[in-house]
Design a protein around this ligand. Structure first.
Ligand SMILES: Cc1cc2nc3c(=O)[nH]c(=O)nc-3n(C[C@H](O)[C@H](O)[C@H](O)COP(=O)(O)OP(=O)(O)OC[C@H]3O[C@@H](n4cnc5c(N)ncnc54)[C@H](O)[C@@H]3O)c2cc1C
Length: 466
């Protein structure tokens, strides 16, 4: 079958299997998981299998002046993977091979479409661990995680994706293949180009291979639950945990809205009368019980109504599962909050210094009241990274407008506290103006100069980040 010259050239390079044009299929590649972000209709979806095929897609698109939108699993929450009209979507779904696991050097080399949980499972069989664990780990890809610099629950102790990316292979807008970084434990040669591409959200090149650092599997862990009379009291406990030099391997906050949404989605026996719940863990093996006692003391001193340890690993896993369910449960809660299932979520992702967490949580409550919207709060409290989820009626422009005002007010508050507009989800379409506010005119100019140097014609993922 022939189509336009663009499609003919793509089929010649990838074969019919690697080129999708059926409008029903294309619709499935229009957007990521972010609600209320614009998304165009791509001209074509390509599914290259290797670096040479990625080069062919990039060179073909460049020849016809058509933008390229890289996509992993489209679980992003900022619209960064959304298509633009007429674009070539470059899906990494067919590049899902683990190329190497090297236990001696504690590294793995993977194609970008490898799913996070698949890599974690494979290295786990060798007594190793790939720590970054976004809530989407069972579906999101390592390429997407690297491109958004994804966080997760264990980041409070182990750090975010960038701490684990040693080297990359990247197809540039010119069609050249750049290799960055190293396989060695140390290495400081030249500018740190690896970190430049981490978090670049598909705007600088297509990542085709990733070398990640692995860690030994953690020791056994114990889990604690603390129930608070307010979100701010839970925030105070988090600041105090940090001040006392404690290093939990997990420190997550769920507010009452989320606890109720999760229970409605799937009953888990959570305390829905609690205003806030902190979930903490320590993975220090024989020392974990003593760590838990110290965490419990801090929570009680901060005003917790109840503090208890999970009785066994099964209960601990169930609590973790409840936390992972927060996003789908809240989506359902929002949908059902308005007639016709029209409710949606505008998801904030601010991070503030831990000492300001309680004030942020108080501020979010005030903003919800002032703007007349419901806001549920969940997040990686130990990192000061909160997701205020703003519930709006998508069918009512006034409700959406109130939600957007609340979103902006939360951004303003977090930046005023010395925080950031995005702790882990990235800028995408959702936070472009807030990035500019955060980094200022000089920061914007430097971003633009880097983009112009690597992608002078604006081939990659137009309209994202800047
Ligand atoms: C239920 C749920 C829970 C989540 N929990 C977390 C969490 O705890 N922490 C967190 O950080 N995020 C979380 N997220 C957001 C999301 O899962 C992450 O941003 C994830 O890293 C996106 O990966 P992906 O494969 O879906 O990438 P996509 O959404 O497809 O793409 C994300 C960005 O990466 C670019 N990209 C993808 N692959 C490549 C490549 N090979 N080369 C260049 N650019 C590329 C895209 O253009 C886009 O800009 C969650 C999302 C959901 C739905």
């Amino acid at each position: 079958m022939t189509g336009t010259p663009l499609l003919d050239d793509l089929r010649a390079a990838l074969g019919d299997d690697g080129v999708l044009t059926d409008p029903d299929l294309l619709r499935g590649y229009q957007r990521d998981e972010a609600d209320l972000c614009v998304a165009g209709m791509p001209a074509v979806v390509t599914r290259p299998r290797n670096t040479a095929e990625v080069v062919a897609v990039v060179q073909t698109a460049a020849r016809y002046g058509v933008p390229v939108v890289p996509q992993g699993a489209r679980t992003g929450l900022a619209g960064a993977a959304n298509a633009v009209d007429g674009a070539v979507v470059l899906s990494t779904a067919a590049m899902a091979e683990i190329l190497e696991i090297d236990p001696v050097n504690r590294i793995a080399v993977v194609q970008p479409g490898v799913v996070n949980a698949v890599l974690a499972g494979e290295v786990g069989k060798l007594g190793l661990r790939y720590p970054p664990d976004p809530g989407s780990w069972e579906s999101s890809t390592i390429g997407g995680n690297v491109s958004t610099n994804a966080g997760g629950m264990c980041c409070v102790k182990y750090g975010v994706t960038t701490e684990y990316v040693l080297g990359l292979e990247v197809v540039l807008a010119s069609g050249e293949v750049l290799r960055t970084g190293r396989r060695t434990a140390k290495g400081v040669a030249g500018y740190d180009l690896t970190r430049l591409f981490v978090g670049s959200e598909g705007t600088l090149g297509v990542i085709t291979e990733i070398t990640v650092a692995l860690r030994p599997a953690p020791e056994e862990s114990l889990t604690l639950v603390a129930v608070f009379p307010s979100t701010a009291a839970a925030g105070t406990a988090v600041a105090e945990i940090s001040a006392r030099g404690l290093t939990p391997s997990l420190l997550e906050l769920l507010d009452q809205t989320h606890l109720r949404a999760i229970e409605a989605h799937q009953p888990m026996g959570l305390r829905t009368d609690a205003r806030a719940l902190l979930l903490a863990a320590s993975d220090t093996g024989p020392r974990a019980a003593a760590d838990l006692e110290r965490l419990a003391e801090v929570c009680e001193a901060a005003g917790a109504d109840e503090v208890f340890a999970a009785t066994d690993q099964i209960e601990a896993a169930a609590l973790l599962q409840a936390r992972r369910m927060a996003h789908p449960a809240m989506e359902r809660f929002a949908a059902e909050a308005f007639p016709g299932g029209n409710g949606g979520l505008i998801i904030d992702d601010v991070a503030v210094p831990r000492g300001s967490l309680a004030a942020l949580l108080d501020g979010v409550e005030r903003i919800a009241e002032e703007c007349g919207v419901a806001i549920g709060v969940v997040g990686h409290a130990g990192d000061g990274n909160m997701h205020p989820n703003i519930v709006v009626d998508r069918a009512d422009p006034a409700s959406v407008e109130r939600g957007r005002r609340a979103f902006d007010e939360i951004m303003r508050l977090a930046l005023a506290m010395g925080g950031t507009c995005t702790g882990e989800h990235g800028v995408g379409l959702l936070k472009r103006e807030w990035l500019a506010q955060e980094i200022g005119p000089v920061g914007v100019r430097v971003h633009q100069a880097i983009k112009a140097a690597l992608d002078p014609t604006g081939l990659f993922n137009p309209g994202k980040i800047l």
